[in-house]
Write a protein that binds this ligand. Structure first.
Ligand code: SAH
Length: 312
């Protein structure tokens, strides 16, 4: 029996921004290989084996070569394999290379499109990627080049009237800004940076080409983020949605089709799940604790983990 690989787009982060086909493939899978940016909430319902092949910048848990190999090996064992990738599988993230490798090894595969962060991430903060008055095209550009040293075509990019969206660009932010200005882009062009778009920890800032690097450093915005250059970015000021529970991350006990989940999501909260009875450390950053006069911790294991974090 021959297996099958689905390269599935997980969407930008919010677990409800998933296609129906992607959802079905997750249910049907025997094994799921997922990336770092994929929301763990998407894996709650699956009984499949899950393998974290996520790559941190400069730290590859699994090399691309090993991922390719694993896909072929698992498929040849007759398994239904889901390769779950952030956003859309064919927008950066090496989905094209994985397809080529599968094809060359005669493995049946399909691509299940996903909502890309390069478009939806802007919408999440109220930026329409095109607008009749401001941008008649958009350009999605990688800030991270192969190590061949070849440069982007900056004169061409800087002269585009449309919206420029840079992915994987945070380490290169100053370089991007310099190149745009050097090649004639107006220094006052609005720039937005959106981190963890549609995730519970979404943050965004708005500035202009001259000042954006400074603002990003001050606000400590890092990867993963989208850098949006163009007049449309300014619309964030008026169009950014701010529902009542925006910015709140609420964990609820996992239950299939939870009404609580939908109601909280609709009020603008980001909802994660926990399994009753299973304790798991949460990955979170402590707020500035120099100001509050007192702090209540309700749970002894939470208190221990708080102490550990505080001592680091
Ligand atoms: N295939 C993905 C992109 C993979 S490249 C997609 O279609 O969205 C990884 C880069 O995507 C990150 O460095 C970041 O620039 C961007 N990215 C992905 N998800 C994001 C999110 N939720 N918020 C901000 N940027 C995101």
């Amino acid at each position: 029996m021959s297996g099958f690989v689905s390269l599935v787009g997980a969407g930008p982060g919010n677990p409800e921004l998933l296609t129906l086909l992607a959802k079905r493939r997750l249910v049907e899978a025997d094994v799921i290989l997922y990336d770092r940016l994929v929301n763990p909430a998407l894996l709650m319902e699956t009984t499949a084996e899950t393998i974290d092949v996520g790559k941190l910048p400069h730290h590859h848990k699994y090399s691309q070569y090993k991922i390719n190999d694993l896909l072929v090996t698992l498929a040849n064992q007759g398994k239904r394999v889901v390769r779950l990738k952030a956003g859309d599988p064919y927008v950066f993230g090496r989905g094209g290379e994985e397809s080529q490798f599968l094809k060359a090894n005669h493995v049946d595969y399909e691509v299940v499109p996903g909502i890309t962060s390069a478009i939806a991430g802007l919408g999440a903060v109220g930026i329409p990627i095109t607008h009749r008055d401001f941008a008649s095209s958009f350009h999605v550009i990688t800030g991270h080049r192969k190590k061949t040293g070849e440069e982007l075509d900056w004169p061409n990019i800087a002269h585009q009237e449309g919206t420029l969206v840079f992915l994987m660009g945070m380490e290169q932010l100053e370089n991007i800004v310099d190149n745009l200005i050097k090649n004639g882009k107006d220094q006052q062009t609005p720039v937005a940076v959106i981190q963890w778009a549609t995730h519970w920890n979404q943050r965004s800032v708005l500035s202009d080409l001259t000042h954006i690097a400074e603002v990003v450093t001050k606000e400590q915005i890092g990867s993963p983020a989208l850098i949006v250059v163009g007049k449309v970015a300014e619309l964030m000021k008026t169009l950014q949605p701010k529902p009542a529970l925006f910015g709140q991350h609420i964990l609820v006990p996992y239950k299939l089709q939870s009404r609580l989940f939908s109601q909280l999501q609709d009020a603008g909260a980001s909802v994660g799940f926990f399994q009753r009875g299973a304790s798991r450390q949460l990955d979170f950053q402590l707020p500035d604790l120099t100001k509050p006069a007192s702090l209540l911790v309700y749970d002894i294991s939470a208190y221990q983990s708080f102490q550990e974090k505080n001592n680091r």
